[in-house]
Design a binder for this molecule. Structure first.
Ligand code: SF4
Length: 351
């Protein structure tokens, strides 16, 4: 299946300019963009992976990772082939770096029906960068919302004002994933982009919307673990989103072309956590270290654990029905409650 894209401009001489991600590829006739899945066919930009689902899985929302939006819900997660980045450590490289149009055909109706059949509460567009297949995500997402499901992007943030505008049509939540604190040398060498500035610009665009935003940062030992750069990133986040936005520092694991690296030492992740807290951020997490105390949510007033987690599991919920700390009644900025409403959802498709 393939479909004409929406986010593009026609240029003279049958050329097109893609507006989906910050690479803004210009393509002549029969050329394909950097991501390998959008290309110029007879002067039109086509999304070649429209409806081509290369991976699908049911996950807890905590696995995205998302900690402050609908905790405890089940998510139907999908991805396609291709990506706008070429991270040397990508854990999904088999999908993201496959410049081939492959996958199982799904219409938006079939995809939403699958999510309902699996009794999921939302759909995540993940595994590869979803902005590159945003027109398919939008068609699924609009129908998903009609059926009471929410939509999440797990994104590298390398977006455009045009793609963020399209997100507002269907997206409820996004995790924007910095790598190596978004530091220039790191992203040039290990991610393959000329500048990290578009990630910061995307966040400023997202700030204008009602989409729930969480930040992740993959801390890569020795080459992407500078506390000074982490501080700069946290300052930007605090200055623009305030103290309550959740920030997750993720442990790196060797993969793909970076097998010679070690996993990030836990002390380095803890040092990043401390930097973020000192910069005033209240909800800071450490990810990919199952059992670490900073997987849990702490009340910012009385400092007691209000959501205790182990990996993706919620072990204990100490918020009241208004999401206030049960111990001191401080309001915790969590959207949705574990206790309320999820069981009442219908799981039948409405077109
Ligand atoms: S989405 Fe793909 S084709 Fe479009 S600008 Fe980005 S890399 Fe290029």
């Amino acid at each position: 299946m393939q479909k004409e894209a929406i986010l593009y401009q026609r240029l003279p001489n049958h050329k097109v300019r893609c507006l989906a991600c910050a690479r803004y590829c210009e393509m002549g006739k029969d050329q394909t963009g950097f991501c390998g899945i959008r290309g110029n066919k007879e002067g039109k930009l086509m999304l070649y992976v429209y409806g081509k689902v290369a991976a699908a899985h049911v996950d807890p929302i905590e696995k995205k990772p998302v900690s402050h939006y609908r905790p405890g819900t089940k998510i139907f997660s999908i991805g396609t082939t291709g990506c706008s980045w070429i991270c040397r450590y990508c854990q999904n490289f088999d999908l993201s770096q496959r410049r081939k149009i492959e996958g199982q055909d799904y219409t938006p109706e079939e995809l939403v029906r699958s999510a309902l059949d699996y009794k999921c509460h939302g759909i995540a567009y993940t595994y590869n960068e979803p902005t590159i297949f945003i027109e398919f995500a939008r068609d699924c997402g609009v129908l998903a919302k009609k059926n009471g499901l929410f939509n999440i992007f797990v994104s590298n943030g390398y977006c455009t004002p045009e793609s963020v505008k399209m997100m507002t049509e269907f997206l409820d939540c996004i995790t924007v994933d910095f790598k190596g604190n978004g530091e220039q040398k790191f992203v040039r060498r290990y991610v393959g982009i000329p500048s990290s500035q578009p990630i910061f610009d995307t966040l400023l665009e997202l700030k204008k919307t009602n989409i729930h935003v969480e930040i992740t940062d993959l801390v890569v030992p020795k080459v992407g673990d500078s506390l000074e750069h982490a501080r700069n990133m946290c300052k930007f986040i605090y200055d623009n989103f305030g103290p309550e936005i959740p920030v997750h520092f993720l442990r790196f694991h060797p993969d793909y072309k970076m097998m010679e690296f070690d996993p990030t030492p836990v002390e380095i992740l803890e040092a990043h956590h401390e930097v973020a807290r000192k910069e005033g951020l209240k909800y800071v997490y450490i990810g990919n270290v199952p059992g670490h105390k900073y997987e849990s949510t702490y009340c910012s007033e009385c400092e007691r654990v209000v959501i205790r987690r182990y990996g993706s599991d919620i072990l204990k919920w100490d918020l009241d029905d208004q999401n206030r700390c049960r111990f001191c009644l401080n309001k915790i900025p969590v959207v949705g409650s574990l206790d309320k409403g999820y069981q009442e959802k219908r799981f039948e498709l409405v077109l």
